[in-house]
Design a protein around this ligand. Structure first.
Ligand code: NAD
Length: 285
């Protein structure tokens, strides 16, 4: 059975907006849920703009753009999504807030609805614990920018059922993405694999093994990575990356996630990467 109605909570945020576009593109009626209608309208206007760019580039035509926008329903009331098949939550990365939203959704949506979270690092098991349907709660972790990044990491909370997992796989297929199955452990799978490389790149620079340029060139031309790890860190934001590495290190005690001093000093000095104009590299503002 194909999914016909999906809700995206936090649908005007960085991730939520991309998720709304991706789901609506697949012909699914997509509810963009926000805290108020003004924010919801802003999110739709942003989607209109990015779809218009695709029209200008000749990637889609006006009819297709209108069809995608026509699949999007704006709301600031959870009651409006009571009969959706699948909810994807993409609000701020705050455990208390996510628990409140899941408890509220659990009481409103029909019993068979799957509740999913796009969290990058919070525990799916903990989020599921506030609901009466922990077997129907799953991590549905997209990557930024959502319309371009093909992967959705499906994160199994301790009590998530195989039936829920298979249904989540189906939705990923339906929206044209790829999936991996991950356990509810710190960093899930992608960050668990990627962070040691990022930390290692900073460590190599700190220890004077090579220049920042050469560390990145080694990964781009020697490992076929699309972008070097130090440029990637500058793009993610050194402040955000420091928070994530710290959480990973503190929750596992594993040295491979420990943020290095040079990283900390750059953050302390306000050099947060692209967004401040300087990180490991300098950028024109
Ligand atoms: P964001 O701050 O850009 O967006 C959050 C949105 O949620 C905002 O539009 C806000 O108005 C809305 N919101 C907040 N409370 C709400 C509520 N009660 N009801 C409805 N809407 C509400 O955040 P983001 O960067 O898109 O991150 C969202 C989630 O995705 C986080 O859990 C984050 O860890 C995860 N994530 C982020 C990235 C990234 O690169 N930014 C990548 C993968 C996963």
């Amino acid at each position: 059975m194909a999914f016909t109605k999906v809700a995206v909570v936090g649908g005007s945020g960085t991730m939520g907006n991309g998720i709304v576009q991706t789901v609506a593109q697949a012909g699914i009626k997509t509810y963009l849920v926000e805290t108020n209608m003004e924010l919801a309208e802003k999110g739709k206007a942003r989607l209109d703009k990015s779809l218009s760019k695709l029209v200008e580039k000749g990637k889609i035509n006006d009819d297709r753009k209108n069809e995608i926008l026509g699949n999007i329903v704006l709301t600031d009331k959870y009651e409006d999504v009571a009969d959706v098949d699948f909810v994807i939550e993409a609000i701020f990365e705050n455990i208390q807030l996510k628990k409140e939203i899941f408890a509220k959704l659990d009481a409103i949506v029909k019993p068979e609805t799957i509740l999913a979270s796009n969290t990058s690092a919070l525990s799916i098991t903990e989020i599921a614990s506030v609901t009466k349907r922990p077997e129907k709660v799953i991590g549905f972790h997209f990557f930024n920018p959502v319309p371009l990044m093909p992967l959705v990491e499906l994160v199994m909370g301790l009590f998530c059922s195989e039936e829920t997992y298979l249904a989540a796989e189906k939705l990923v297929d339906q929206i044209g993405k790829k999936y991996v199955k991950a356990k509810d452990t710190p960093g899930f799978l992608v960050n668990y694999l990627q962070i040691p490389l990022l930390v290692g790149a900073v460590e190599a620079l700190e220890n004077g093994l090579a220049s920042a340029e050469d560390i990145d060139k080694a990964c781009v031309f020697g490992m076929n990575h699309p972008m070097g790890p130090l440029h990637l860190l500058d793009m993610i934001g050194l402040d955000n990356a420091l928070d994530v590495f710290t959480v990973m290190y503190e929750s596992t005690g594993n040295e491979k996630f420990r943020p290095r001093t040079m990283h900390r000093r750059l953050v302390q000095s306000g050099n947060w990467g692209r967004k401040t104009g300087k990180g490991f590299f300098s950028y024109e503002k």
